[in-house]
Design a protein around this ligand. Structure first.
Ligand code: FAD
Ligand code: NAP
Length: 463
């Protein structure tokens, strides 16, 4: 009998979680389906695989990444730890709770390098279009091999969309912005704070990008940072040099006007106005249409597209939990594909979706949102054999993190948390975050080593 075929779109953390889930089943002695993952870039780990490029890449494809230099984890690493691959196993020593991007990228890669996951990925391959045949119950996926500029298509029984949703900018218009003389960019194109040194910077938005890009520019020497909010301010105790103001209404030349009647001159503007869920390779009836929120409609258990449950979406929620949530989702998705987890009827699925949607609507505070996503993770964990972890403890850490940020937005990354996977208490980092301008893995792991021994150690740590 022919093996089932599973196509995965994207080799970021979600797509890699799906590949890892199938490998885990194989290691447990189960014969899985044939799996192929398509990644339009030349390497895996997107978001975490920093690209200096903006606009388009080597082959003219839109740049996916919104990652920038000097980005440090904005939540404790203990809240995202894989429960089947700990930080201790990877780094062989305790590290701090808030590592920079290259260190997290290294960690993500460690787990998959242990398995032969790379063999399943076709890099430099863009998914152009997908269709579904009701009669054969198969997806046809049209692909472009970017390297040799060749179009071809393949058929699959299941399709996993793991293409991320923090890539296509939401770009609102503000009257007069076209005449603003300085630079105007979206957070998606922000690649580091260096260029804003000594400038007066206006940031629009009041979520994670606004907060982090604002603080980073302050840290790296911007003259002033103003954050302009639409619904509500971030509301932490800002240091002198950063302030929040109501929504921008319009520009007159280099002067920005705000809803409270105030105005000020700026040198540059960064729109931290979020992202669109965008699936240009899917026809309308298969597309997930949602805003960024903790429980997108139409997805049973947050993953199975209710109209067509062979179409599986991973990582489409707004995220407190990240890597461990993608894992928990990928394990359930795998079990469904392998026939170990049976889906209820469409009507029952709809009722379950409605229940989660109503609950999500009822919550407004950040703490309640953490509890909501915690309950969701617990539900996922009950449906597969992904190694259990103490989700309640993780929720407590998230709440402590929220408080830490409120108390001091410049020092919260100096705090230490305890792993729920190994019990290890995180190191206090060798340098306070505000004083650390170097985010390389070498500097992070081996601050005081000579150049030569540093090179040796880095070789050893590469798995
Ligand atoms: P992505 O990482 O976006 O990966 C999707 C992959 O799909 C990409 O490799 C892309 O190239 C590929 N792809 C897309 N379209 C196609 C196509 N048509 N054909 C083939 N391949 C395609 N999370 C944290 O836990 N901690 C943090 O500190 C943190 N910081 C963040 C900072 C920024 C600026 C952003 C934007 C996000 C951050 N996140 C953070 C959240 C982050 O989104 C997740 O950690 C994670 O990267 C999401 O993984 P993903 O695989 O779902 O999506
Ligand atoms: P987001 O959380 O979706 O927030 C979007 C923001 O844009 C909201 O504040 C929203 O305001 C605002 N907005 C949208 N349209 C607007 C308009 N027309 N006018 C004014 N404001 C508008 O997106 P994000 O902040 O880019 O975060 C995306 C992801 O990146 C998150 O997962 C985050 O964790 C991650 N991230 C992490 C780091 C890090 O430090 N590691 C840094 C950056 C980003 P309303 O509240 O009014 O809707």
């Amino acid at each position: 009998m022919n093996k089932k075929r599973v196509g995965i779109i994207g080799a970021g953390p979600s797509g890699l979680a799906q590949l890892r889930a199938f490998e885990a089943a194989k290691n447990e002695g189960h014969d899985g389906p044939e799996v192929v993952c398509f990644e339009k870039q030349s390497n895996w780990g997107e978001m975490w695989n920093y690209s200096w490029r903006t606009g388009v890449g080597q082959y003219g494809e839109p740049i996916h990444g919104s990652m920038y230099k000097y980005l440090w984890s904005n939540g404790p690493k203990e809240c995202l730890e894989f429960s089947d691959y700990s930080f201790d196993e990877h780094f062989k020593k305790p590290i701090s709770s808030y590592p920079p991007r290259p260190v997290l990228f290294d960690y993500i890669q460690g787990r998959i390098k242990k398995n032969n996951v790379r063999d399943y990925i076709r890099f430099d391959t863009t998914v152009r279009w997908v269709s579904f045949d009701e009669e054969t119950q198969k997806f046809t996926v049209v692909l472009d091999n970017l390297k040799i500029d060749k179009t071809y298509s393949e058929e699959f029984d299941y399709l996993v969309v793991a293409s991320g949703h923090f890539s296509t900018p939401n770009m609102p218009y503000f009257k007069g912005i076209e005449h603003f003389p300085g630079q105007v960019m979206h957070a998606h194109d922000f690649r580091g704070a260096d260029q804003f040194k000594d400038l007066n910077l206006l940031i629009v938005g009041s979520s994670y990008s606004a907060e982090d890009i604002g603080v980073q520019c302050y840290k790296h020497g911007a003259k002033s940072v103003t954050l302009s909010y639409r619904s509500s301010p971030i509301g932490v105790a800002w240091p002198e040099g950063i302030k929040e103001v109501p929504l921008l209404t319009h520009f007159e030349n280099d002067t920005a006007f705000f809803k409270d009647g105030t105005s000020e001159k700026y040198d540059a503007v960064v729109l931290c106005t979020g992202y669109q869920h965008k699936f240009p390779f899917l026809p309308d009836e298969m597309r997930l249409k949602t805003k960024n929120n903790l429980y997108p409609d139409h997805l049973y258990k947050g993953i199975f597209f209710n109209e067509l449950p062979r179409l599986i979406y991973l990582g489409m929620q707004d995220q407190y939990y990240t890597f461990n949530m993608f894992d928990a989702q990928a394990w359930v998705s795998r079990d469904c594909i392998m026939g170990k987890y049976e889906l209820p009827s469409k009507e029952e699925r709809r009722l379950d979706i409605n229940k989660w949607l109503a609950e999500n609507e009822a919550h407004t505070s950040n703490e309640a949102h953490v509890d909501f996503q915690t309950a969701y993770i617990k539900e996922l964990l009950s449906l597969s054999n992904y190694p259990n972890f103490n989700v309640e403890k993780v929720a407590e850490m998230f709440k402590e993190w929220l408080k830490d940020k409120e108390e001091n937005i410049l020092t919260y990354r100096d705090k230490s948390f305890k792993s729920v996977v190994t019990g290890t208490q995180a190191e206090i980092h060798h340098t306070e975050w505000m004083d650390e301008l170097n985010d390389t893995k070498e500097r992070y792991l081996y601050q005081e080593e000579s150049e030569e021994s540093l090179a040796d150690k880095v070789k050893v740590s590469a798995i």
